[in-house]
Design a protein around this ligand. Structure first.
Ligand code: F6R
Length: 608
């Protein structure tokens, strides 16, 4: 992910900005840049590659100035070269950006028609052009910023300087985080508090939809309509920690909330945002030729694989055999070298998954590994590594790794569909467009459902047993909902395919057994509603997680209805994962369990 920092104060900033960027290096990047204003002149230095290259440039061509912004770029739109590196300059406006501007190509066409000349291939440059246009039209800087924010859609953190105002930095957040640091006659901003730790530990976190105007004396924050909002200042512990919780109570909460940003980072590896296509990955696996895929993993990673099975079979007509690794490794499955195998593991060290990999390797299959830890054993032993790029996951209960595993699996299924000729170019573009929407929709959903999940968790905590139901890709999600709830709240929970209800679990239904039904308004909706009807008829309490269409279509009484926006089937598992994660999280917090380190569980399971 890109990293952002800014300083407005009373001493030279260039060196300190680069220092702060160094503390964001863990996020990954491929170019870097810094801009300052001095004596009314705004200048920048940018360099491809590591920060060392930027520092070398700065040692030759110094950048004076007591106000500046800086950026490490992880390429999304356009190759990682100096021209595409941030800050982007247009007519006295400087912009750095983390995230995706979804409607950049429409905006770019509009600006091109007005005569704008683009220097880079980035989506970010449209922001600089829009700001320049609104300034030309006579808006003051804050008004230009708000006008721009009301035109762009996507998930982003944006930071802006105007050459004719050497006292002010403006910024906005919708998705990726931004932390404001309060110094003495100086103010700072950064992608996280770790970047600002050497300067200050007094931090204000912006929330989605905030626009801030920062001078050396302080910060004023409004919403996008210009209405003032107030955000608390808190003391950060980041100085002592390399990975910190930010303004969250637990790592798990932080990891849930960082999903919009993390997903766009992961997607940028698999998707060409500008071209609307998937980037072909993993040459060692020839999806066009393989007869079938064998998929194996444990726990949450297995459930991601189960959702992947639906995608590979639907989009690529590629049969998938999937099993939990502890069974897969011993069930003596017949294998042949015209198959390929995929192993999914956050840690990349899970003993059963590794043993399954070795079993397939021996049978001569091409091996793919979907992992978070790239240096892990599973990654090292695979022929093709598909990183999920989720960053360190500290909470034992997997959240962001799950949705990133899904994002990778969806991209690979589309890649396989194209390779096998089962998806047309137009199908690919339509599916990729939905993937690109995902970070924005995730931000919206997290904001939308949080209060409801918090209050619902109080009711849920009174029960001893919970049933989760779903169909299609919502079935593995039901399993994941149950797993998440039981592992951190210790409430007994089971997930079932909704169609299996009548084949046994219906015997359990009574007023003491809440049934959580995951049912977006998809091909299976009507059938799932019939199963809900069966629950309602037996006095069962229903918690209905659906979308706007689903909520309008069902009239059944529920204990709670959680309404999400309507999204395409290809992204609904990632979107519907958010309320189930939040529900498990808040229930556990309410019940006072050790959320980040639930009893008896380990993050990396290296024994059988
Ligand atoms: C559940 C969870 C576990 C892991 C499982 C596999 O929240 O985190 O079920 O998914 O232990 O671990 P990895 O992905 O490291 O192989």
């Amino acid at each position: 992910m890109c990293g952002i920092v800014g300083i407005v104060g009373k001493a030279p900033v260039a060196e300190r900005l680069v220092d702060a960027l160094r503390r964001l290096e863990y996020r990954g990047y491929d170019s870097a840049g810094v801009a300052t204003i001095h004596d009314g002149v705004m200048e920048r230095r940018r360099a491809e590659g590591k920060l060392f290259n930027l520092e070398k440039k700065l040692s030759v061509e110094r950048l004076p100035g007591e106000i500046g912004i800086a950026h490490t770029r992880w390429a999304t739109h356009g190759v990682p070269n100096e021209t595409n590196a941030h800050p982007h300059f247009v007519e006295g406006v400087a912009v750095v950006h983390n995230g995706i501007i979804e409607n950049f190509s429409e905006l770019r066409d509009e600006l091109l028609a007005e005569g704008a000349v683009f220097q880079s291939q980035t989506d970010t440059e449209v922001v600089a052009h829009l700001l320049a246009r609104y300034t030309r039209e006579g808006l003051d800087h804050r008004a230009a910023m708000l006008a721009m924010l009301n035109r762009v859609s996507g998930a982003y953190a944006l930071v802006v300087m105007f050459a004719d105002d050497p006292q002010t930095i403006l910024c906005a957040r919708f998705g990726p985080p931004l932390a404001i640091g309060h110094g003495k006659d100086e103010m700072f901003l950064g992608s996280d508090a770790i970047a600002l730790a050497p300067f200050t530990n007094r931090i204000t976190y912006l929330v989605d939809g905030d626009c801030a105007v920062m001078t050396a004396r302080g910060v004023s924050i409004t919403d996008y309509a210009g209405k003032p909002v107030s955000r608390p200042m808190q003391i950060s512990q980041s100085a002592a920690l390399m990975v910190d919780k930010g303004n969250h109570r637990h790592f798990m909460e932080k990891e849930i909330y960082e999903q919009p940003e993390i997903i766009s980072h992961a997607l940028s590896h698999y998707v060409d945002f500008a071209g609307g296509t998937v980037k072909t990955q993993g040459a060692a696996i020839d999806f066009a030729k393989v007869r079938s895929l064998a998929v194996s993993a444990c726990g949450t990673a297995y459930l991601a694989g189960l959702i992947g099975k639906y995608w590979f079979e639907r989009y690529a007509r590629l049969p998938v055999e999937i099993d939990v690794a502890s069974e897969f490794r011993y069930r003596e499955m017949p294998l042949s070298s015209d198959q390929a195998a995929l192993f999914i593991s956050q840690s990349g060290e899970t003993a059963d998954t590794l043993a399954s990999l070795r079993y397939c390797k021996e049978a001569g299959l091409a091996i793919g590994a979907i992992v978070n830890v790239r240096e892990s054993t599973i990654a090292r032993e695979a022929d093709a590594v598909f990183p999920i790029l989720a960053g360190p996951e500290i909470g034992v209960a997997s959240t962001k790794a799950f949705t990133c595993q899904l994002a990778v699996l969806a991209s690979l299924a589309i890649q396989a569909g194209r390779a096998r000729g089962t998806l047309s170019e137009a199908d690919e573009k339509a599916l990729v467009r939905h993937l690109i929407e995902m970070p924005r929709v995730m931000s919206r959903v997290l904001n939308l459902v949080q209060p409801q999940m918090e209050s619902l968790s109080r009711d849920l905590s009174r029960f001893k047993d919970v049933l989760y139901l779903g169909r299609g890709t919502s079935y593995p999600l039901a399993l994941e909902g149950a797993l998440k709830l039981k592992e951190i709240s210790y409430i007994h929970a089971e997930g079932y395919a909704a169609g299996e209800l009548k084949h046994g679990p219906i015997a359990l239904i009574d007023e003491n057994m809440p049934v959580i039904v995951i049912a977006p308004h998809d091909r299976f909706f009507e059938k799932t509603v019939s199963n809900m009807q069966e629950v309602a008829a037996r006095g069962g309490k229903i918690i209905f997680i659906t979308d706007e269409k689903g909520a309008a279509a069902s009239k059944l009484p529920t204990m709670a209805t959680i309404v999400l926006p309507v999204v395409d089937e290809v992204i609904s598992p990632m979107i519907f994962a958010l309320p189930i994660q939040l529900l498990a999280y808040h229930t556990a917090v309410f019940m006072g369990t050790d959320v980040d380190q639930p009893r008896n569980l380990a993050k990396s399971v290296t024994v059988e």
